[in-house]
Write a protein that binds this ligand. Structure first.
Ligand code: HAM
Length: 420
């Protein structure tokens, strides 16, 4: 038997209905917050992610799915959405249209990680990116978005963890201070951290292996190395969050796994024990240099992304009722070929008039068709009968009250409309 590749999964049954429901809620919030839908390719040039996500990140050094096409082009399955959105923003000259461009997307992402609950090799993100404004109020708006979406799905126990990485200069000063502090302890840290020490010492702070180590817990804090301007900016973001009634926790160890961030970085964590390390439902931050680094104009931006599988995992763990139970408006039953033919016509008419409708295609007996209708939780049954059809009549049964009546076929839609 051929099985699915390691780290991938099938979304079926209740998960599939919840998955669609999550997408619907995201579309609704995107509309409410004035974001436009965008779709970009699943594979992009490898260089985009090296320059965009960062040469020293775990994602680029260890986790990308790279391949060459038949003409020898170096391509990569996207590990995240932001770099592709920025590439598209530049290539389509969206900066020329308006000053603020708000975009949202869904898409499968690929990272060669060690699979576990809520961590897959193929996963789906939805994300939102606001390009063109450096206003700290946009930071607060972007942070509010995933939070309000999760709340609308019924998820409680949420925590916003926020930090500021300052500007390039602040990070340089802090990186040097951190290196001075870590130097005497470096051989005690894991092999990856010894590499990070040389190339990107900040990433040592959120190492999955050493993160809880006393040495790291007592390391100097980036917030103490921010310039006055960066501190002022961070204070404004926090003030705006207060204004929007959003609770947060300043967490100096949030540095994020991608290189493009500056100033605000944040994560939304579901404080639920069973989720383990997959409790980070969404993450994001400001990336004021990325558009320029990818050869675009100097445009500041802020965004977030969320893994839908993690949200599904949370919904299942909390046993939340999200998607409606599967049900049908009408099930059409028949016995002979003439009735079947008319049933096929009626089924189509009902569907086109907005009633979800089904009929039997498995040559089931009438008794089993009734069972099938119950299985689908059909609200109404139409029981076709050649004699009735000759007189232009239809037998309609309310499947809840079991009440039956004959209605004129020309009045069927009005009759159903009146009852639903
Ligand atoms: P990220 O933190 O790498 O950020 O991923 C965002 C979210 O994607 C995570 O919080 C998690 O829910 C989900 N996720 C990440 N990796 C996996 C995985 N292997 N399996 C399942 N879910 C996963 C970004 O991707 C940035 N592009 C976010 C951003 C947008 N920053 C600014 N704009």
């Amino acid at each position: 038997m051929i099985t699915k590749p390691k780290g991938t999964y099938d979304v079926v049954d209740l998960d599939a209905r919840n998955y669609n429901y999550i997408e619907e809620v995201v579309h609704t919030f995107a509309k409410l917050y004035n974001y436009d839908f965008i779709r970009t390719p699943i594979f992009e040039s490898r260089e985009l992610f090296h320059r965009g996500v960062g040469e020293t990140t775990d994602i680029v050094t260890k986790e990308t799915y790279d391949f060459q096409d038949k003409k020898g082009r170096d391509l990569t399955l996207r590990p995240e959405g932001t770099a592709g959105i920025v590439r598209s923003y530049i290539e389509n000259k969206m900066y020329g249209n308006k000053e603020l461009t708000k975009l949202y997307y869904f898409g499968t992402m690929y990272r060669y990680e060690r699979p576990q609950a809520g961590r897959n090799r193929e996963f789906t993100q939805f994300g939102m990116e606001a390009l063109g404004s450096n206003d700290p109020a946009i930071d607060a708006e972007v942070i509010s978005l995933p939070l309000r979406i999760f709340e609308a799905l019924g998820i409680k126990n949420l925590k916003v963890k926020i930090n500021s990485l300052g500007n390039i200069e602040d990070r340089k000063n802090y990186g040097e201070a951190l290196k001075d502090y870590l130097k005497p302890h470096i051989t005690d840290l894991c092999q990856d951290c010894q590499e990070r020490f040389k190339k990107n010492p900040l990433r040592i702070l959120d190492c999955k292996v050493d993160g809880e180590d006393k040495v790291i817990k007592n390391a100097p804090r980036i917030l103490e190395y921010l310039s006055e301007e960066s501190q002022e900016r961070f204070k404004k973001v926090l003030n705006y969050l207060d204004t929007m009634d959003i609770d947060y926790e300043v967490d100096p160890n949030i540095v994020r796994g991608l290189d493009y961030y500056d100033h605000t970085v944040f994560e939304i964590v579901a404080d639920i024990k069973e989720l383990g390390a997959s409790n980070v439902l969404a993450g994001g931050g400001r990336y004021n240099s990325l558009v320029k680094n990818l050869d675009g104009p100097d445009v500041p931006a802020m965004g977030f992304a969320c893994g839908i599988e993690r949200v599904l995992f949370t919904i299942n763990t909390l046993e939340l009722k999200c998607a409606e139970e599967k049900s049908l408006d009408v099930f059409v039953l028949y016995v002979n070929e003439e009735e079947k033919c008319h049933g096929l016509y009626l089924t189509q008419e009902l569907r086109l008039n907005g009633f979800s409708t089904e009929m039997d295609y498995l040559e089931k007996s009438l008794k089993n068709q009734f069972k099938e209708a119950d299985k689908y939780k059909a609200k109404y049954l139409i029981i076709l009968n050649s004699e009735d059809l000759k007189e232009g009549l239809i037998e309609l049964k309310d499947n809840l009250t079991k009440e039956k009546k004959k209605v004129k076929e020309i009045n069927l839609i009005d009759e159903l409309d009146g009852n639903m």
